[in-house]
Design a protein. Structure first.
Length: 60
């Protein structure tokens, strides 16, 4: 793996839900930075699932 990918940063941008678009898409900049455009509905569902899982672990 090139060094630029290892040291590159990933930025997330939320976008509105649209059925014709994939759940996320990546834009790679020449300096190794990745801009990931994420479907807002999927992002919210992932955060909800993570919070639920964390709550279950803490309650045990």
């Amino acid at each position: 793996m090139p060094a630029s990918r290892k040291s590159g940063k990933v930025f997330y941008m939320l976008r509105p839900s649209r059925e014709e678009l994939p759940p996320f898409s990546d834009i790679r900049l020449p300096d190794g930075t990745i801009i990931r455009r994420v479907d807002e509905a999927i992002h919210r569902r992932a955060l909800s699932n993570a919070a639920k899982s964390l709550t279950e672990r803490v309650d045990r």
